[in-house]
Design a protein around this ligand. Structure first.
Ligand SMILES: [Zn+2]
Length: 255
């Protein structure tokens, strides 16, 4: 089982490396496959030995081998996060289509969260890829719930649009972006009715972050916070939070 987890971690690091390409190129409308990776600073094409996930970054000590310009730490963070999430997922879930679905959702969410954090957008191409992938897995593995999940995704998007209009009416500025609304719809396609809990948790995390940020004067009142990262975080932590919540309720009822 440990070896399986190590293999999953290596696969995760490779996927994370591809996600870094997606995060850099998709918002700039650059092609994803060709040309091969280059240093964003000196534009020198990178041979394979400088593209090994995790290891190349550490070996080069976070600098380009040619121009020695620092490479952003987020490249290493995305690769490490994907590797850890993949390795832990395979320990917690058995090998199944559910696991494949879960790993696809994690990968799309990681890219969406990082692009939203950096550029304040969530590209439609990314959301469509996630939605199509999620739908295909559902049709293949559990065709009986496809209709229900589609309906819930549609309801989630409608609710998101209403919420957006409501905040626009109250604050004269939208509380969540259209990209976030579409992201919630995509996650709903994967998770079905669990989306309610995920959105609730995302608002909780976002609210807490805003409050602490204001108290520490790290944020200003008018500052817009990207919501995508909180949706991603809530989706990852939801099963765990749900377990903790039920344990509390149970303990409360017994007491
Ligand atoms: Zn360079």
């Amino acid at each position: 089982m440990l070896w399986l987890s190590v293999y999953a971690g290596v696969l995760g690091a490779c996927i994370g490396s591809f996600l870094n390409v997606v995060i850099y190129r998709l918002p700039r409308r650059l092609p994803l496959i060709a040309p091969g990776s280059r240093c964003p600073h000196c534009e020198q094409p990178l041979p394979w030995r400088y593209k090994v996930p995790l290891l190349s970054y550490l070996w080069l000590r976070g600098r380009c081998a040619y121009c020695h310009h620092p490479i952003a730490l987020r490249y290493l963070i995305v690769e490490t996060a994907t590797a850890v999430l993949f390795a832990v997922s395979i320990l917690l879930m058995e090998i199944s289509t559910e696991l494949v679905q879960h790993l696809l959702l994690l990968s799309i969410l990681l890219a969406a969260a990082e692009i939203d954090r950096l550029h304040r957008i969530i590209p439609n191409k990314l959301l469509l890829t996630g939605a199509l992938g999620g739908l295909l897995i559902l049709v293949w593995a559990v065709p009986s719930v496809v209709g229900l999940h589609l309906l819930i995704a549609l309801a989630a998007v409608l609710l998101g649009v209403l919420l957006r209009q409501f905040t626009l009416w109250i604050w004269r500025t939208p509380g969540i972006g259209m990209g976030d609304v579409k992201l919630i719809g995509m996650v709903a396609l994967f998770l079905g009715d669990q989306i309610l809990g995920v959105v609730y948790l995302a608002f909780l995390f976002g609210g807490l972050y805003g409050l602490v940020g204001l108290l520490l004067r790290h944020l200003t009142r008018r500052q817009r916070i990207p919501f995508g990262p909180f949706i991603a975080l809530a989706t990852v932590l939801y099963p765990w939070c749900q377990r903790v919540f039920y344990t509390w309720v149970e303990a409360f009822l017994i007491a």
